[in-house]
Design a protein around this ligand. Structure first.
Ligand code: PLP
Length: 360
């Protein structure tokens, strides 16, 4: 019996399937980048074969949730090189998240070095377009102690996952998603952690996501915690509307994650000559527009899906708001193409977003 048991630290590597068959989040590349912080300073990064972690049962993260993470991608480009998309922005957000959770921040340089290493050591696991290598840097408070205070020890690790399309389309055309509007649960409140990537932000949305899935929706839209009428964001994506000829997105006000894709879409739209407004948006304004503006569009954006159109909003009382039918070459489609073409090196990077991974 004993001989049949798998070593607890042994993790099986899956081979890389064709890109159209890769299910997001389920296949892990074979190498892990890690670093320890036992004295207040980060030790050098090291690369290890993917393995399970060993934590003391009293590790601070397991009781008090001292955990943060990031999400970014490496793209196989038209010229054969591999590019990272705005990695310094993820590094800065990782620093902001670490500070908010009282974890020891890593420098931008060390973060970018970790990301480069993850790609260099998992090169065969970067799928071709439209796939990419999803990179998930994580930081945990690991000191063994019971008592609500910050850990004096931290662990950094970075797992890499080959990814295909985040949302699958049965028709082959760009998919569109149905959104559940959560009018009860709050994801973030003023003074909380909504503007950083704390693992706790996601724990409190799991019940809501499960509820939305049971109702046939793939994402949840959260509203402001005070009156539940201002639109904030989804559980893992920011949101945009094309209303009366302008691109509108909720302004960052401490409760919304400042998405790297959100910032890129804003820059892209301005370059395409589209007027952009970052301002409060009420659910009523969107409902009115859906009934009166035949050119209205709504889309979600984030690293995982880039830009994805929204086709309906389902409310708690069962009412559904259907958005006008998608037109060819609409604003959502133009912005998706604009950002993706730069990510895959198919268009000149006039914004200087790309960093090529050094490979010898
Ligand atoms: C809550 C939330 N909002 C927005 C985003 C989009 O951010 P980004 O474009 O940096 O991936 C994410 C994903 O990281 C997220 O988890």
């Amino acid at each position: 019996m004993k001989g049949e048991m798998m070593n607890r630290n042994e993790v099986k590597n899956s081979p890389l399937p064709p890109v159209e068959q890769i299910e997001f989040g389920r296949i892990f590349a074979p190498n892990l980048v890690m670093a320890d912080n036992k004295t207040g300073d980060w030790e050098a990064l090291r690369v290890e074969p993917l393995h399970n972690l060993s934590l003391h049962p009293a590790a601070v993260v397991l009781h008090y949730g001292q955990a943060i993470f990031e999400g970014m991608k490496a793209f196989r480009r038209v010229d054969g090189s591999i590019g990272l998309f705005r990695p310094e922005d993820n590094a800065q957000r990782f620093i902001d998240s670490a500070k908010r959770l009282l974890l020891p921040p890593m420098s931008v340089e060390q973060f970018v070095e970790a990301v480069n290493k993850a790609v260099q050591f998992n090169l065969d696991y970067v799928p071709p377009r439209p796939g990419s290598l999803y990179l998930r840097p994580v930081m945990l408070g690991t000191e063994a102690q019971i008592g609500v205070r910050g850990s004096k020890e931290a662990l950094f690790y970075l797992i890499s996952l080959p990814s295909g399309a985040y949302f699958k389309s049965s028709t082959g055309v760009s998919p569109m998603i149905d959104i559940y509007v959560d009018q009860t649960t709050s994801r973030a409140a003023r003074g909380g952690t909504g503007n950083v990537k704390a693992a706790a932000n996601y724990a409190i949305t799991l019940q809501s996501i499960d509820n939305a899935k049971k109702k046939g929706c793939s994402q949840v839209l959260y509203l402001d915690a005070v009156n539940h009428d201002l639109i904030e964001e989804m559980g893992g994506m920011n949101i945009f509307f094309y209303l009366n000829g302008k691109l509108v997105t909720p302004n960052l006000k401490g409760t919304i994650l400042p998405g790297v894709t959100r910032a890129s879409v804003i820059e892209a739209a301005k370059t395409l000559g589209i007027t952009v407004e970052e301002r409060p948006v009420t659910i009523q304004e969107v409902t009115d527009a859906a009934n009166s503006d035949k050119d209205m569009e709504a889309f979600a954006c984030g690293t995982a899906a880039t830009v994805v159109g929204i086709k309906s909003f389902l409310f708690e009382n069962g009412n559904t708001l259907h958005l006008p039918e998608t037109k060819q070459d609409n604003v959502t489609g133009q912005l998706l193409k604009y950002v993706q073409d730069i990510q895959f090196g198919a268009a000149p990077d006039v914004h200087n977003w790309t960093r090529i991974v050094p490979i010898d």
